[in-house]
Design a protein around this ligand. Structure first.
Ligand code: SIN
Length: 362
């Protein structure tokens, strides 16, 4: 397993649970994976007024006629069960006052269907809990920090990989199967919500081994990343904040877009507004939102000197999610036997040209 974000950890635990021995190779500490920073939750049709078909329709609509319906159906059908699996593994999702799972609303969703953990800290909680399980699973050897530098192939089959520690000689790992869970490449863009390591390393490895890549022309931009002259530039303000009533306003203080449209539409509307006005940011008005529910966002806003009870938050789109990746079937198989891809590094066609919010952790 290459990569220790949510997809890699979960796949490692599932493989170990079926009896496999797993070497989990991680280049960076947990806090540098994109999953760790994921603020969105997991989209799952759990509400009484929701259904798999509705979730599917919303996923296909956001995908702009490019999504594979068969792949999207798998996600929409299985997501509620996977939320249950994560609960059984010990992940605790936020509950409403009645003790049921609290369901949030995000762009492009026609129903409330996003479960969160710790407000906007879902990725952090999931990766923390799954890492603890992986670290103590005797069938999983965690090898870190170790960066996979090439895949080994023999007679057209992937048989392992070469990896480099920070210091010292490269090591070889032989394996019956290699799973890439290396995330995307949004950090190649000037402004990105992703950690710096998200440069498409897994896509390069797969390409070097002869695997097909797909849909690389589609990059998703998140509409509301903080605009700041400093290290917090690109910090994500989750769509869930707009789901709770935050609005977007231009320099004249006027709303200019449906804040809960799919995120490609919202990002394009902001970009058009910035081009028209010559400004660097539009304002996200969170003054009507209980920001205590999003403590990690409130903490960062305080750090950069923005008082969400008083100030508009300056935001602009930033590269967020790689729609394309290693071409993979519904079991994660790439075009090279023995090589698999999961999570953001894989392209099953599920998301089409534009991913629906919170379908990534799902
Ligand atoms: C967000 O919370 O707005 C981002 C979640 C996602 O990328 O789906």
């Amino acid at each position: 397993m290459v990569g220790a974000g949510a997809a890699g950890l979960y796949a490692a635990l599932v493989a170990a649970g079926t009896g496999a021995r797993v070497a989990l190779i991680s280049r960076s500490p947990l806090a540098q994976t994109a999953s760790y920073w994921a603020q969105g939750g997991i989209a799952a049709a759990l509400a009484a007024d929701d259904s798999v078909e509705r979730h599917l329709d919303d996923t296909l609509a956001a995908g702009r006629a490019m999504a594979h319906a068969s792949a999207a159906r798998v996600l929409c059908e299985e997501s509620p069960g996977r939320v249950g699996d994560l609960q059984e593994l010990g992940v605790s999702f936020d509950a409403d006052r009645g003790g049921d799972l609290a369901l949030g609303l995000e762009g492009g969703h026609s129903r409330r269907r996003v479960v969160h953990a710790g407000g906007a800290a879902t990725g952090r909680r999931i990766t923390r809990d799954l890492s603890a399980l992986a670290a103590t699973d005797e069938r999983i050897d965690v090898l870190e920090p170790l960066a996979a530098s090439s895949l080994a192939t023999h007679n057209g089959r992937c048989v392992g990989l070469i990896a480099r520690p920070r210091r010292g000689d490269p090591v070889g790992v032989l394996a019956r199967a290699v799973v890439l869970a290396t995330g995307g490449m949004a950090a190649l863009w000037e402004r990105s919500t992703n950690p710096r390591g998200a440069i498409g390393a897994g896509l390069s490895l797969a390409h070097g081994a002869g695997a097909d890549l797909a849909d690389l022309e589609f990059m998703q931009f998140h509409p509301t990343a903080v605009r700041h002259d400093g290290p917090r530039d690109g910090f994500l303000i989750t769509e869930a904040v707009r789901g709770e009533g935050a609005t977007l306003v231009n320099a004249a203080g006027e709303r200019f877009v449906d804040e809960l449209a799919p995120r490609d539409q919202v990002a394009l509307a902001i970009e058009a507004e910035l081009e028209r006005s010559g400004e660097r940011a539009v304002g996200l008005d969170v003054r009507g939102v209980e920001m205590d529910r999003f403590p990690n966002i409130a903490a960062v806003l305080e750090e950069v000197g923005i008082d969400p009870r008083r100030d508009l938050v300056p935001v602009a789109p930033a590269a967020h999610y790689t729609m394309g990746g290693v071409a993979a079937d519904l079991d994660g198989r790439s075009s090279v036997p023995g090589l698999y891809a999961v999570g953001e590094s894989a392209c099953s066609g599920l998301h089409g040209a534009n991913r629906l919010a919170s379908n990534s952790l799902a």
